[in-house]
Ligand binder design. Structure first.
Ligand SMILES: Nc1ncnc2c1ncn2[C@@H]1O[C@H](COP(=O)(O)OP(=O)(O)OP(=O)(O)O)[C@@H](O)[C@H]1O
Ligand SMILES: [Mg+2]
Length: 834
């Protein structure tokens, strides 16, 4: 017959453990088995054997070595365990009644097919447990409920006929208690795992642990655990049939191990989901509250709509694939974030920037050179050379739009039109114009932005300008690049600018805040500066310098007539027919009320005049005001720049020098006087080192020239006009003339100004800034300018009309200067000869 595993064990002489009383008692508390232990289909079983038949005593007695058998559909009774069972089949109820009548024990066997109602020997496993009924509740018309305690394993020898229920002759299997390290080790492990399993079970009672801990018999423990385990009845049957203790322990351990693994995992998952759930719940509640609060405050619930809007914008922005991916990811992150938090708004600001940046490559508009020329001429008077250079630049760009064109840099004094030329170029090429002021930029982050993780981080001013321009092919003017702060603690701004301006690198410009590359290669960068020498070398190398030296009075007059008056009329709400400024009035404004290389102050003065005109028209209800030169005094007050020259140089010891300054050149007076002393040279007027040395050299030369040893006196040289920086080697000639004039008592001609350095042998050495100095002299009303012979070539840059109005004297030696500005004097040679 099949279904008899366990026979080997039996033959090996193993025995079933006998249940110790004390443990049985404890086990009563196990809250278990209701679900598994149904012998019958739960409700409505067959009818019981009629009472009449039972009472008749017709039932044959059951032999000594035989047991009444009750088949179980889906439960295995283990020795040492207690199980509730429901008995419903007619034959089973009859068996139950017979056992009760004779007060005998029942054998429980698992049936192979749980669905089968009529079972015979072949339908049963032949190994089972003997059970003692602890409780029997008979419910009329329903199943009988039993509480059974398993006692001993048994093995069926043969089934006997002649009863209305199953009866079998059996052999009890009393397994001897085994021990030894192999058993012991498995026993301990089983206990540990069982305890762990209990802990992992969500609803297992704590007492179960105590029960398990108290078990001392490995066999019993194995049976108990197998009974409790959530395994199939067939698996349980296998355990039951494992008479060999070691094998049984191994089987149970394997099954339990698997179970513990599963429990662990599911607990882990459970914990995680619980945590996530808790957090989401919390967030949800808070959000809901916030929504309510907002509603109360009258703020709309616009978060979701906002994100939707952002999403659309991002998708439509035309950014590169890589950037788009990144932006979408960040948007997802935003969606999940708690609205209103600091990080939320930070991320949202970033996304807004990304969405708004002009990523799309616009078709570069073809440049129309003729139109560009027209616009440049329309906006600016003169500047022919500069305009020509700009048009050349535009022509190259037109022919080769992809090419790497140089960066234009306009250099010149304030108010000469650098910024407005940039605007003009934008207009001429039909591009957007943006200005970035670089003056005082010390921090690299101003150009390249702060990392997004900083609180209050912003993109750098380049990316901001691009965003404002709404175009990545606009004109960006980097103003005052010469006033860029030097690199320091916060990184070098000029190296960041290098990256912006370098055509090799700027197609992948990376702003720290933006965090993704942005292509700047189509931007037309134009820079401006007042002076060249403070522009960091590497930057200067990348730029094409275009000088704007400043205007002559005639040019200023023209600019005023054609542009400034018109603009100021408009600015002050006047119609052209309401106010006029005569040429002589403008001329006076240029010469007596302003002294500058550019036209900014001139424009301001014109503005002041027109404001007073506007007042007059408004108050006195006159229709028209014509301003003449004579009216200016009443409107603007005394003229600001009188000719100091005549006043100053009327006495011996004063000479007019010319200085180069960042604002376009100026005149300066050098005064010398003699005081009692011991031949010292006293210098005042905040002179730089180079100028002090010039003064020393001039004094030495003047002494030899005049033959005055100056033993009893000190010489005091003073250079007034504190605002002009007085360093640089260009005042030697003027110092010498002041000293010679002082020592000879002959004044220097007031209408002469000079520049040039001297050597101790009396040579005049070349200097810089000729253009600016010549224009400054003209502005100051000088008629004769003396410059070093070796600077003659620099005069090319001076406008022809300026040159025509000046007498220029070229100096090779100091004698030339003395002869021209003081008069014929006996030189050292003549005196020696005399
Ligand atoms: N040649 C010119 N024709 C007409 N207007 C001019 C000319 N030159 C300068 N201007 C006007 O003078 C004003 C000052 O010019 P702008 O602001 O461009 O000076 P800038 O060179 O940029 O000076 P800064 O170095 O101080 O920035 C502007 O209104 C400009 O239009
Ligand atoms: Mg400017």
């Amino acid at each position: 017959m099949t279904g008899r595993p366990g026979w080997e064990d039996l033959q090996n002489g193993q025995a079933t453990p006998t249940l110790p009383r004390k443990e049985t008692a404890r086990m009563n508390i196990w809250p278990r088995q209701q679900k598994e232990a149904s012998d019958e289909q739960p409700v409505g079983g067959g009818a019981a054997v009629p009472v009449a038949e039972r009472k008749s005593g017709k039932v044959r007695p059951i032999p000594e070595d035989a047991l009444v058998i009750i088949p179980l559909r889906n439960a295995v009774l283990f020795p040492g365990t207690i199980a509730p069972l429901a008995v419903g089949r007619a034959s089973s109820v009859a068996a139950l009644q017979e056992a009760a009548r004779t007060d005998s024990r029942i054998g429980f066997l698992l049936q192979r097919d749980r669905e089968k109602n009529e079972v015979g020997p072949a339908d049963l496993y032949w190994v089972g447990s003997v059970g003692e009924t602890l409780r029997h509740v008979a419910v009329p018309e329903a199943a009988h409920h039993l509480v059974v305690q398993g006692q001993t394993r048994f093995c069926v020898r043969e089934f006997l006929d002649g009863w209305p229920f199953l009866v079998a002759r059996v052999a009890m299997i009393e397994t001897a208690e085994q021990s030894g390290p192999e058993i012991e080790a498995r026993f301990i492990q089983l206990k540990e795992q069982a305890v762990e399993a209990i802990h992992l079970l969500p609803n297992a009672p704590e007492e179960l642990t105590t029960v398990i801990e108290a078990v001392t018999s490995p066999g019993l423990l194995a049976d108990m655990v197998a009974n409790l385990l959530d395994i199939t009845s067939e698996q349980k049957q296998e355990v039951l049939e494992s008479f060999d203790l070691r094998r049984r322990l191994d089987r149970v351990l394997a099954a339990l191990g698997e179970r513990v693994e599963v429990l662990r995992l599911s607990k882990e998952i459970g914990d995680k989901t619980k945590k996530e759930f808790d957090e989401r719940q919390r967030e949800h509640v808070l959000r809901e509250q916030m929504r309510q609060i907002r509603k109360e405050l009258g703020e709309g619930e616009d978060g979701a709509a906002e994100i939707e809007e952002l999403k659309k914008q991002i998708d439509a922005a035309g950014m590169p694939e890589e950037t788009l991916k990144h932006a979408r990811k960040e948007l997802k992150r935003l969606e999940r974030m708690q609205e209103g938090g600091g990080e939320y708004s930070m991320l949202r600001t970033w996304l807004e920037l990304v969405a708004e940046l002009p990523w799309k490559s616009e078709d570069s508009k073809a440049i129309d050179i003729a139109e560009a020329r027209r616009v440049l001429d329309e906006d600016h008077y003169g500047l022919d050379k500069v305009k020509r250079r700009i048009l050349e630049y535009l022509a190259v760009r037109k022919l080769n739009p992809e090419g790497k064109s140089p960066i234009l840099c306009f250099v010149g004094p304030p108010g000469v039109g650098k910024t407005s030329l940039g605007q003009s170029i934008a207009r001429a090429t039909d591009r957007k114009f943006q200005r970035v002021a670089l003056g005082g930029t010390h921090d690299e982050a101003e150009i390249r932005g702060h990392r997004r993780t900083y609180i209050g981080a912003l993109p750098g001013n380049i990316i901001q300008a691009v965003k404002r321009a709404e175009s990545r092919a606009g004109v960006i003017m980097l103003d005052e690049i010469d006033k860029l702060g030097m690199g320091g603690f916060h990184g070098d701004p000029s190296s960041a600018l290098l990256e912006v301006l370098d055509p090799e690198q700027n197609s992948k410009f990376r702003d720290n805040y933006l965090g993704v590359d942005f292509d700047l290669s189509r931007v037309m960068f134009i820079t401006t500066a007042n002076v060249l020498d403070t522009i960091p070398g590497p930057l200067r190398d990348r730029m094409e310098i275009i000088q704007l030296p400043g205007y002559t009075e005639e040019e200023k007059l023209q600019i005023a007539k054609r542009y400034l008056v018109k603009r100021q009329l408009e600015a002050n709400g006047l119609k052209p027919e309401q106010a006029t400024l005569s040429d002589s009035a403008l001329q006076t404004l240029v010469s007596d009320y302003t002294r500058e290389a550019g036209v900014r102050n001139l424009e301001r003065e014109i503005g002041s005049v027109l404001r007073s005109v506007a007042m007059k028209i408004a108050e006195d209800k006159v229709a028209k005001v014509a301003v003449e030169a004579a009216d200016l005094h009443a409107i603007l007050g005394a003229r600001k720049f009188e000719s100091e020259i005549a006043l100053r140089t009327a006495v011996p010891g004063v000479a007019t020098g010319l200085a180069w300054t960042p604002v376009g050149g100026d005149i300066l007076f050098i005064e010398a006087s003699k005081v009692p002393g011991s031949g010292k040279l006293i210098l005042t007027g905040q002179l730089g080192d180079v100028m002090k040395e010039s003064a020393q050299a001039a004094l030495t030369l003047a002494r030899t020239w005049t033959g005055d040893a100056l033993e009893k006196s000190d010489i005091h040289v003073h250079v007034p006009a504190g605002a002009t920086p007085k360093d640089g080697p260009s005042a030697g000639v003027a110092m010498l003339l002041a000293l010679v004039s002082l020592l000879t008592g002959k004044p220097v001609r007031p209408d002469v100004a000079m520049t040039g350095e001297i050597s101790l042998r009396g040579l005049v050495l070349p200097i810089g800034g000729v253009k600016e100095k010549v224009l400054a002299a003209l502005r100051a009303g000088i008629t004769t300018v003396m410059i070093p012979k070796r600077n003659e070539k620099d005069l090319e840059d001076v406008p022809a009309d300026a040159r025509a109005r000046l007498q220029l004297v070229f100096l090779e030696r100091v004698e030339d200067a003395i002869r021209c500005a003081i008069g014929e004097l006996p030189g050292p040679e003549q005196r020696r000869a005399a």
